[in-house]
Design a protein around this ligand. Structure first.
Ligand SMILES: [Zn+2]
Ligand SMILES: [Zn+2]
Length: 755
């Protein structure tokens, strides 16, 4: 057999994930000669040997790739023979621009855990243990190439033992940039509220474990920022945390040591267990068991716990004490981004935490825990952040580099380059100054890590959003404004590699419409190049705007007034409120913007049936309304549909009248909720069928935060499926506003193609 030499280029996530040592081993096993190196475009291999071995090698490159890598395109072709003597790992001497990818942060791996719990290992109980297959990445990288001096580990000089591991291609810590040990790496310290360091290293751990058992609130520095930790079985301690954090009712995440404990707290499906144990270690929303044994205050009035397993080695140490479940909530004051620096935490969390467990490995970018939930037969993102960002989404097509700056709430940003979409970690509410800073920093970070110079910046149609204003301030790059719900539709199409057009059922709280009303219960027909508002919920007055968002009873009074006029029935919930004031605001059109919001419709119904009148966190009224239903029944509230201004309008007023009559006849809350949900499923299916008839489109996209309501999502999915629609849902991004930046960017790219 004739010897051949092939040049092989490998793209994707192949840097800092043990890919070159892996290639080295594969080549050795097949007696190939040549070299492997990093280049600006990924890993390049030149390999010489028998063609059968080369083919086998190529095959193994993809099939046996190391766990953290994500092999993209492989290009291979023959070149001239060089007759090398061996196969070498070539250091990348000229390290030009690098477009290989930085991986997300990864939970500590099994190999490292074995060492971590081994009393004779030199890293026994060392909280910063990591290797090529695990540890922090995105949150510690300052710039590319991903090399130690370009990470927050730059100040730690490796000891000889660590250095040997780092330099040895057959060691599992070869080129593990955060590699370190107790002799040369970061250390823990415990800081009291007065700023005094009260314990170091092992002693800090045992002191924290003791304090947690005593019900203290400990701010713990982790991978993507600080957590506030407290014993989840201690009701008083959890209440104190809620009081101090000014977080009255919103569920708090819980961390347990392993699946065994998780199973005692929640009924877990296989997919939920897999998600809990995945490398990303997200918070998984799962159904509570009756006898969970945790404090009611952890998730009051909520039928699920947000569970997660340890992902930093430190977390394992915290859970080795008597406390078997820890509340681990973001270390922030309400609505602010998570704290990442020791000083910053000691200041911003001074009134919340009893002490601070800090360390000296820097966090460059804050990254909250991700949240996922099993919905419609698949695990879906609720908040995509640590463990997922900045892993790119693969797009169907390519085009120019574009930046989408996202929505105002649940903000993310997205940069397109080639076929890849880089969506940032969850940034949060931009009205918050700290979040706005993280927004700017995240754009800079993603643009520089992946070398993206956008030729267009796309922002929301709302001129007052801080993201819109930021976009307009970037004088050198042209901008484009995109409607919020159009962005939802296109994000979902892009994730599904579907060109469209599709019928978009986009249900959420708020999005600015070109008619300057607030949209939110929309049926659009369109694709990346444009859309038409086919129909949706009719618009009704929202007395007080944001004030009504906080107080669902206001919306209820207004919608009843809209449904009945002056003869609106007196329902029991009205006794506690100043309904006259609301009616007068609506009559005089005083600060009562029109909205077709689906979120507000849920609010109104919840308040009307005697549910939540004033909310303590976003969507609380709707969540509680859904929980009372416990499934969909056969009976539905019928809902009228009418044609107006070339649109098919769904009569919210007819639904409100049905609900009001049900309340008057004494129907129980659960039954009203069931019929209301089923009524929405029925009417949206009906209008979708009409859209199909008129537009000859059989694809439906479901997007918008309201679809976090599993009853509505699963009900509508089944109903649309029954009448033969192809239904597209989000796969990798949340259905809420976290997906907006992707939709914006894709629409922007389309606009550039049209010229
Ligand atoms: Zn490891
Ligand atoms: Zn060392």
């Amino acid at each position: 057999m004739q010897t051949e030499r092939w040049k092989i280029s490998v793209g994707g996530i192949v840097q800092g994930v043990g890919f070159r040592p892996f290639v080295y081993r594969l080549a050795g096993d097949r007696a190939l000669t040549g070299f492997v190196t990093n280049t600006p475009d990924g890993v390049v291999i030149e390999a010489e040997g028998q063609p059968a071995q080369l083919r086998n090698f190529l095959d193994a490159l993809r099939k046996e790739a190391p766990p953290l890598s994500q092999v993209g395109e492989i290009v291979a072709g023959p070149i001239s023979l060089l007759h090398d003597n061996d196969f070498v790992l070539r250091h990348s001497t000229v390290f030009g621009p690098v477009s290989t990818l930085i991986s997300p942060d990864v939970a500590v791996c099994q190999d490292c855990l074995v060492e971590f719990f081994n009393p004779v290992d030199r890293r026994f109980r060392y909280p910063f243990i990591n290797c090529t297959n695990c540890g922090p990445r995105y949150t510690i990288v300052l710039r590319i190439p991903y090399d130690r001096p370009h990470t927050t580990m730059r100040d730690f000089v490796m000891c000889p033992a660590c250095r040997r591991e780092y330099d040895n291609p057959s060691n599992r810590r070869f080129h593990a940039q955060p590699n370190c040990c107790p002799d040369c790496g970061p250390q823990l310290g415990l800081v009291a509220v007065d700023g005094q360091r009260v314990a170091e290293r092992e002693e800090a751990i045992s002191e924290v474990v003791r304090r947690l058992a005593n019900g203290e609130i400990v701010a713990v520095k982790g991978i993507g920022g600080f957590h506030l930790a407290v014993d989840a079985a201690n009701g008083q301690a959890v209440s104190r945390l809620r009081r101090r954090k000014k977080r009255e009712a919103k569920p708090l995440a819980v961390m347990v040591a392993g699946l065994e404990t998780a199973r005692k707290l929640c009924r877990l499906e296989t997919m939920e267990e897999q998600a809990l144990e995945s490398q990303a270690r997200p918070i998984v929303l799962a159904t509570k068991k009756e006898d969970h044994g945790l404090a009611e205050e952890v998730a009051p009035g909520y039928d699920q716990f947000g569970l997660m397993l340890p992902y930093a080695p430190l977390h394992y140490l915290l859970l080795q004490g008597p406390v078997r479940a820890l509340v681990m909530t973001s270390g922030n004051r309400s609505e602010e981004p998570i704290c990442i620096e020791n000083r910053e935490a000691e200041e911003r969390l001074a009134e919340i935490a009893d002490c601070f467990l800090v360390h000296d490995r820097g966090i460059h970018l804050p990254c909250d825990d991700s949240v996922i939930a099993l919905q419609g037969g698949m695990v879906r993102q609720v908040r995509r952040s640590r463990g997922f960002a900045p892993k790119p989404l693969e797009l169907a097509g390519t085009g120019e580099m574009v930046l989408g700056v996202g929505a105002e709430l649940k903000n993310t940003v997205c940069l397109l380059k080639g076929k890849q979409a880089f969506v940032s970690q969850h940034i949060g509410d931009l009205k918050n100054l700290e979040a706005y800073r993280v927004f700017q920093k995240s754009i800079d970070q993603l643009a520089s890590l992946f070398e993206i110079n956008p030729s267009l910046i796309v922002h929301d149609l709302h001129p007052q959003y801080l993201s819109s204003r930021w976009a307009e301030e970037q004088k050198t790059v042209p901008t484009l404004a995109v409607q919020h719900h159009h962005a939802h539709l296109v994000a979902c199409l892009a994730e599904n590699h579907h060109e469209g057009p599709a019928i978009g059922i986009i249900l959420d709280g708020t999005g600015y419409g070109p008619d300057q009303t607030i949209w939110g219960g929309e049926m659009l027909v369109g694709d990346g190049s444009g859309y038409r508002r086919f129909g949706g919920l009719e618009s009704l007055p929202l007395p007080g705007g944001d004030a009504a968002v906080q107080a669902p009873w206001r919306t209820a009074v207004s919608y009843l007034f809209a449904a009945y006029g002056e003869n609106a029935p007196e329902l029991p919930f009205m006794a506690d409120h100043d309904c006259g004031m609301i009616r007068s605001m609506v009559r005089k059109k005083l600060n009562s913007p029109l909205t077709s919001s689906c979120g507000r419709l849920f609010d109104a119904v919840a308040a009307m049936i005697g549910g939540r009148q004033v909310i303590q966190y976003e969507a609380q009224a709707a969540i509680e309304l859904m929980q009372t239903a416990e499934g969909l029944g056969e009976e539905v509230f019928p809902c009228e549909v009418y044609e107006e201004n070339d649109m098919l309008k769904i009569s919210v007023r007819s639904l409100i009248r049905e609900v009001a009559q049900a309340v008057q006849t004494g129907m129980v809350q659960g039954e009203i909720s069931r019929r209301f949900h089923a009524g929405l499923v029925a009417v949206f299916t009906r209008v979708a069928e009409e859209a199909r008839r008129r537009e000859k489109i059989n694809t439906v996209v479901l997007s918008g935060g309201v679809f976090q309501n599993r009853l509505l999502l699963e009900g509508l999915l089944a109903s649309l499926d029954r009448v033969g629609f192809e239904v597209l849902l989000h796969k990798e991004l949340p259905c809420n506003d976290g997906c907006i930046s992707l939709g914006q960017a894709v629409i922007g790219r389309e606009s550039l193609k049209k010229g």
